[in-house]
Design a protein around this ligand. Structure first.
Ligand SMILES: [Zn+2]
Length: 169
């Protein structure tokens, strides 16, 4: 896995799906699990549905935390991380006391290659061309629950939990 990430390459779909199935088969996932960051394309979503169906399983709900593109740009392009302790900061939302220095350990802050403005814009483009179609895909299946992501964190958490709990069997 690590080597795929380090090369900036994506894990092949079939590898990712097999990893998910293996993980879901472990005892602590018997009562349910939450997938984060997968699937990201229609192809992956269809392959995941098919793989789960073979095991008599299916996704119950798909959580869509809706945030505008402007807000996404603001949040993602301001992220800084401590080189030493990995503590996260944000240029606007949670700036360090001393610019460029970690509050916790004094380490140097840097931007991951993923978080530079150019990469963020590219990631947002990829999201709209490849991932956004999943919203319609899961809505048609009646599985999509939408939460307003432009609220305080606690409210997003509350709404997400309420949306996931609603109508639970
Ligand atoms: Zn630090």
């Amino acid at each position: 896995m690590r080597s795929y990430y380090d090369r900036g390459a994506l894990v092949p779909d079939e590898v990712a799906i097999q990893l998910i199935l293996d993980r879901l088969a472990q005892p602590d996932a018997a009562r349910g699990a939450l997938l984060d960051g997968f699937p990201r394309t229609l192809e992956q979503a269809r392959a995941l549905d098919a793989a789960l169906a073979e095991q008599g399983k299916a996704l119950d709900r798909v959580l869509f935390i809706n945030v505008s593109t402007d807000e996404l740009l603001k949040r993602l392009s301001g992220r800084w991380v401590c080189r030493r302790c990995q503590a996260p900061y944000h240029a606007v939302l949670s700036p360090p006391k001393v610019p460029g220095r970690c509050d916790l350990c004094g380490g140097e802050l840097y931007q991951r290659p993923d978080d530079t403005p150019e990469t963020v814009r590219k990631r947002i483009d990829v999201y709209f061309s490849q991932t956004a179609p999943l919203i319609e895909y899961y809505r048609r299946q009646g599985k999509l629950v939408e939460v307003n992501g432009e609220q305080p964190v606690e409210q997003v958490r509350h709404d997400a939990l309420a949306a996931l709990a609603a109508g639970r069997k």
